[in-house]
Design a protein around this ligand. Structure first.
Ligand code: C2O
Ligand code: CU
Length: 525
């Protein structure tokens, strides 16, 4: 295993990702940031300097489990203090295994909001709420078209900035290519397709899956995949690559780029119109895709050891996802609790037993009313905001069942892609309606459930997952839709509290709030 040392500067820059110039957050002058290429077992050190003028920053390494380094998870208020403008912080962690991962800001709405994050935060907590709204454009590798059409670039029209020019995927006939996909969207669920070509799915969230072939693939925020593309032997010309919006009735046009068969010029227009995506609310199509994903069971593959889950859980946590009005504001609530983050990072508060740093109430493993009707807007007015956590002991098996339900608006229930920090989990199954233990646990897939770090819960349905508490730390588990998390849609797992107290935690991660005060006091003494 090697060591990879990187120096990054985070800064504002003028850029035109969708052909309209605005201020975006870049790294070392690049938008999107640099790709890190590493081998399983490598140690990565990233010296990050914040050159944003007044704004803090943190970076989360999505899908990296951070075993032994929970302070490097890059979550403000959870694993560390925000890195202030002008400051430098060094992330240091090991990449456990091969796969496709991505990184992103994890401080307020910074992941989605370029430099309008404060605006979006104020809008979301206003009375009445001003929702952030659908995106104008979808970007592929940081490039998309709003004021321009993809075709305008081919015609060499000067109105389109070269910064938003689509990046073609150049291929040769008769070969197999691996395409790594990740969805980093703030709001939208996506559907990926390549005109007239099949895609063979082989990886999901850094885990091998039993290979299967599809015409198009749904990808939710926080998910990643590898697909194999077999190019045609006798291709003439180019084909469209298209990414459309799913799960929301949106006017956002699909993002387009070109599958370019060399030696054809990439600017040569494909022979027919771009392919048509499945309808946004065709959930049958989406569910059939989800249900095809099975873990690869190949004991002879070197360095690969898929283990099916333990037969039984030690504890099951059933989480009702809905909305509620709290102090006149619309919030997402989980078992009637809307997550608010404290100013002292949980990891430090727990390490140093600073109980005043966050709410100490214990959280419910079930929603309170077993007869709750998930088909109607919530009537319950008992909802509260809280920074309390779920305490999970080490070395046990935890089930989480996500239960979707109608939101405040009649006949509305949305898709939520839930992401767990610090772990992969087995996806045991999906179902319609209400989850009933006795009825549904017998149908869990315990043979080859896929390992993931993000999983979707469909409208009016449930999703069950299982994991082992083998990684002491404080881990967020939340909807990866940025405004949903910001409106409280998440829970915090404090895992292995006794081990955290004994662990060595990088103090530089904790120089704020009550941990910061504690360090100052010990300096005085
Ligand atoms: Cu990629 Cu807490 O998220
Ligand atoms: Cu959500």
């Amino acid at each position: 295993a090697g060591v990879i040392d990187l120096k990054w500067t985070v800064e504002y820059m003028h850029w035109s990702p969708d052909c309209i110039e605005s201020v975006v957050i870049g790294i070392n002058g690049n938008f999107p940031g640099p790709t890190i290429t590493a081998t399983a077992g490598d140690l990565i050190n990233i010296e990050l300097t914040n050159h944003l003028h007044t704004e803090g920053v943190v970076i989360h390494w999505h899908g990296i489990t951070q075993k032994g380094t929970p302070w490097a998870d890059g979550t403000a208020s959870i694993s560390q203090c925000a890195i202030n403008a002008g400051e430098t912080f060094v992330y240091s962690f090991t990449v456990e295994k091969a796969g496709t991962f991505f990184y992103h800001g994890h401080y307020g709405m910074q992941r989605s909001a370029e430099c309008t994050q404060t605006r979006q935060e104020v809008d979301l907590s206003g009375v009445p709420i001003r929702f952030i709204g659908e995106p104008q454009a979808i970007l592929i590798n940081g490039r998309g078209q709003y004021a321009c059409s993809a075709a305008a670039h081919f015609d060499g029209k000067a109105v389109c900035s070269p910064k938003c020019k689509p990046e073609p995927l150049k291929v040769e006939p008769g070969k197999t290519y691996r395409i790594r996909l990740a969805s980093t969207t703030a709001l939208s669920s996506l559907n990926f397709m390549i005109q007239d070509h099949k895609l063979d799915v082989v990886e999901a969230d850094g885990n091998y899956v039993e290979r299967f072939s599809v015409d198009d693939l749904d990808i939710y925020s926080g998910e990643s995949y590898s697909v194999l593309l077999r190019t045609k032997e006798d291709a003439k010309g180019n084909y469209w690559i298209s990414i459309g919006v799913r799960g929301r009735d949106s006017d956002t046009p699909p993002a387009l780029t070109i599958l370019n068969y060399l030696p054809t010029e990439w600017e040569k227009h494909p022979n027919s119109a771009p392919p048509v995506h499945p309808k946004w609310n065709n959930y049958t199509h989406s569910k059939s895709f989800s249900n095809k994903i099975k873990a690869l069971n190949a004991p002879k593959l070197e360095g690969y050891n898929y283990k099916p889950p333990p037969e039984k859980q030690n504890r099951r946590i059933l989480l009702l996802n809905t909305q509620n009005t709290i102090k006149e504001r619309i919030k997402w609530t989980i078992n009637d609790i809307s997550l608010t983050l404290p100013s002292t990072p949980y990891l430090g508060a727990i390490k140093y037993s600073l109980d005043k740093a966050f709410d100490q109430q214990s959280l419910p493993d079930r929603y309170s009313n077993p007869d709750y009707d998930i088909m109607v807007p919530p009537l319950n007015t008992a909802a509260i905001s809280s920074s309390a956590v779920y305490n999970l002991p080490s070395d046990v098996t935890i089930d989480v069942v996500l239960q979707n339900a109608n939101m405040l608006k009649d006949d509305h229930c949305e898709i939520h892609p839930w992401h767990l920090h610090g772990h992969d989990f087995w996806v045991l199954g999906y179902g319609e309606g209400k989850f009933i233990d006795a009825e549904h646990e017998g149908k869990f897939n315990l043979v080859d459930p896929p390992l993931r770090n993000t999983v979707v819960v469909y409208p009016y349905g449930w999703t069950a997952l299982r994991f082992r508490t083998d990684n002491p730390g404080v881990w967020a588990f939340h909807c990866h839709i940025e405004p949903h998390l910001h409106m409280g849609m998440g829970v915090i797992f404090a895992e292995g509290i006794e081990e955290i107290k004994k662990m060595s935690i990088n103090k530089k991660a904790l120089v704020c709030g009550l941990t910061g005060e504690k360090f100052m006091d010990s300096y005085k003494e």
